[in-house]
Design a protein around this ligand. Sequence first.
Ligand code: ADP
Ligand code: MG
Length: 347
Amino acid sequence: QTSGSGSTGTDDSDRTIAGPGRVDSQDSTVSDGENADPRCTRQNSVTSVSQWDIPYDELVHGEVLGKGRFGIVYSGNWHGHVAIKELRMDYVNDEKTLEAFKAEVSTFRKTRHENLVLFMGACMKPPRLAIVTSLCKGHTLYTHIHENKDKFNMSKTIMIAQQISQGMGYLHARGIVHKDLKTKNIFLESGKVVITDFGLFNVTRLCHDSRRGDWLCIPPGWLCYLSPEVMRNLRVVQRQDDALPFTTYSDVYCFGTVWYELLCGEWPHKGLPPEAIIWQVGRGMKPSLANLQASRDVKDILMACWSYRPKERPEFSQMQSNLNRLPKKRLQRSPSHPIHLSRSAES
Ligand code: ADP
Ligand code: MG
């Protein structure tokens, strides 16, 4: 069943991409113009974007942590250990990208939650655009699950899922859509979940838009996080004006995939070629649960998060009570719960 409105509105996703006017209007409570004494502005808790501006020269770069869609991530030092996320400037040379970047920064600074990475500031003067956050210790869930093949018991699995729900519930309550919730963006620091990279997707998209090419560039492991309505909006050439319709609902779909990875230790749609995944998900087919030995309640959460209709997916506040009700002992087999249920299309 592919009919339906597909895109369920971009209200939420648009909230993370505000133009400069919106940033200014939100921040106009106290003026901290160029000439203001920085000591005074800080004491007056001025919240303008410029207050979060870090002079690039103050950053001490350490080792490269990795390269992602956004650019290069370094460990570094700025009043302590930090992560420095540098935007790839070879693709950023226009005003629009700069404004998108500043809007993302304005999103970041609104966040204070123990399960979200700490935003410390940003370098916002081209050609140096970078976001500075706390440095996450420990591994990402991706590394735990897919590289180290760590197995979490049910109690730990639920605890991780609950913390993700808490962080995500907070983001949504602040009107922020993550847009890229995946195990690579979730760190586990001595038992504590830290979510990174919320709201950055538009910047990466803009970066890629500047490149020429007529193929669909799909980062490995990305497709299984795309909800049906997002999947149906993939275009061979993704242009700036067809933004993918990420919403709080599509974030919940992503959570479903993370929940699956935690439970199964592998990706959904394992072994399927990208074309088949796009076709199947777009038509409302859910991944097979053949490898998932779990109780009905556990599977129900998965199926609800992967609902074809966005509004049928639970909110994160609801998710927390659903997770709370799960037995924490161990994965339970339930022969009464037939595997082919998972193959059902739109439910
Ligand atoms: P991706 O999320 O697709 O892995 P990123 O550009 O976000 O790509 O990250 C590149 C690398 O930097 C990854 O190895 C990631 O784990 C690491 N990294 C990103 N942010 C942080 C952070 N705040 N602390 C520590 N490492 C980080
Ligand atoms: Mg990341």
